[in-house]
Ligand binder design. Structure first.
Ligand SMILES: NC(=O)c1ccc[n+]([C@@H]2O[C@H](COP(=O)([O-])OP(=O)(O)OC[C@H]3O[C@@H](n4cnc5c(N)ncnc54)[C@H](OP(=O)(O)O)[C@@H]3O)[C@@H](O)[C@H]2O)c1
Length: 410
């Protein structure tokens, strides 16, 4: 089982490396031949030293594990393709709360650590940001990303130094100039949820055909998509993305969010607590895609009353199974769960269940930027917190019932 586990780790590492390489073709091409790590010395923090403020975890657990320090080392640029950003705004996502509790530790920690180096902590959470580009490797093109550019970006899930800090270092394919149509808070609240919705629809769901997955062209006109959980961070962006592509969109949410979701452009909005209204969804079935942004998971797909061709859920048991059972058994359990769920969904609802994931794809960032510039996509902000109040932002996330995103200003 040990060997199976090691093979699974190697396979996962290889998968993420390949995905990273695939996503960073343009950045890598620009950096070919470059050896030097950085073009500028590390910037000083507000206190004048090369230290920064940031929130860290030294143990998994509750929100009380978040610790603010003003003596953190500013992250180092480690390759010619990396960028250092002074963070102005960041956001709290469900994955931050889950990672605080140890979610994904088995896989993510294996990916973080070099062989033989088992250091897991400290961890800084935070998967997205808006800020200023202050340092970059020599392979990062000066024309598209000059120093001082106001950028928006995401932090890959396996990175141990996230955006809940004054500075964050990420590969250049993870960021881009921020659209001027958005203020700093809005710009910090689009990419993580937006790239999750984009990847679910265009990579996992193939909504725009092969081109939709590898370009920023989107697609899917005249298809019909049901968004479960249209009021949250992912759902509220998914509805706007789909409407911009002339997709027919139906959405579910709580009664008190129906007006908000209708204003996002959904053609029909249904209160998921109203069973009569939910029956109405059967009239429009089969759906080309049911996009589960409500945390229900694939097991619920077969129980739904309506047919679909694909049911894409962002709440897969993939990492949780490995956390519980280890890499070998966990991987087997994942295959078993997916096959079992699909046997039920195909026989009862006629369609497949797929697991969707956030993907830091540059073409997805470009797609979202285009929609913002065309004023077809505007993030919904649920609430905003100061940097010192980050634990309150986590409490808000824990309380659920969000109407858009939680942002944090530095
Ligand atoms: N796999 C990935 O890579 C990935 C990435 C991002 C997010 N996710 C997951 O995707 C889900 C959505 O993320 P998010 O950031 O949008 O979360 P969120 O902001 O908390 O949104 C969830 C929304 O769903 C609503 N909701 C809850 N139960 C519902 C139901 N039965 N039917 C319809 N709506 C319901 C909630 O409001 P009410 O409770 O008031 O109805 C809330 O507005 C989360 O489960 C998250 O963990 C996965």
């Amino acid at each position: 089982m040990q060997t199976a586990g090691n093979n699974a780790i190697l396979a996962l590492r290889r998968f993420f490396l390949l995905a990273r390489r695939h996503c960073s073709v343009s950045a890598q091409t620009a950096s070919a031949g470059s050896q030097t790590n950085a073009t500028q010395p590390p910037p000083p923090s507000k206190s004048g030293e090369a230290k920064m403020r940031g929130w860290q975890l030294h143990n998994y657990g509750g929100i009380e594990e978040l610790q603010l320090s003003d003596k953190l080392r500013i992250p180092q640029i480690r390759s010619s393709n990396e960028c250092l950003v002074r963070v102005r705004t960041t956001a709290v996502n469900p994955i931050d709360l889950a990672m605080l509790r140890g979610y994904g530790a088995a896989v993510l920690n294996k990916m973080r650590c070099q062989p033989g180096d088992g250091i897991e902590f400290p961890l800084t959470l935070g998967r997205e940001f808006c800020g200023e580009l202050v340092q970059k490797g020599m392979g990062v093109p000066a024309d598209t990303l000059p120093l001082g550019t106001r950028v928006w970006g995401v932090v890959p899930v396996q990175a141990s130094a996230g955006a809940h800090a004054e500075y964050v270092a990420v590969p250049s394919y993870c960021l881009a100039p921020a659209p001027k149509e958005l203020d700093d808070s809005e710009a910090a609240s689009v990419l993580y949820a937006g790239l999750t919705a984009w990847s679910g629809l265009y990579i996992t769901g193939g909504l725009g055909g092969p081109c939709g997955a590898v370009t920023a062209d989107g697609g899917g006109a005249h298809k019909r998509v049901l968004v479960l959980g249209g009021s949250g961070g992912v759902g509220s962006l998914a509805i706007q993305m789909l409407k911009s592509q002339k997709v027919q969109v139906l959405a579910t949410c709580s009664e008190n969010a129906t007006e908000m979701v209708r204003n996002l452009g959904a053609d029909l909005v249904v209160d998921y607590n109203n069973s009569e209204a939910m029956e109405e969804l059967c009239k429009y079935a089969p759906y080309d895609i049911v996009l589960d942004c409500s945390g229900q998971g694939g097991e619920k797909a077969a129980e739904s009353k309506f047919d679909f061709r694909q049911y894409i859920t962002f709440s897969s048991p993939l990492l949780a199974n490995i956390d519980k059972q280890g890499l070998g058994l966990g991987a087997l359990k994942n295959v078993f769960d997916l096959v079992q769920t699909n046997i039920r969904s195909v026989s009862q609802r006629g369609g497949l269940v797929k697991w969707g994931f956030f993907s830091p794809a540059p073409q997805g960032i470009q797609f979202l930027k285009k929609l913002v510039e065309q004023r077809k996509l505007m993030p919904q902000i649920d609430s905003s917190y100061g940097f010192g109040d980050l634990p309150q932002a986590f409490e808000k996330m824990k309380g659920g019932h969000l109407r858009g995103k939680i942002v944090v200003k530095l």
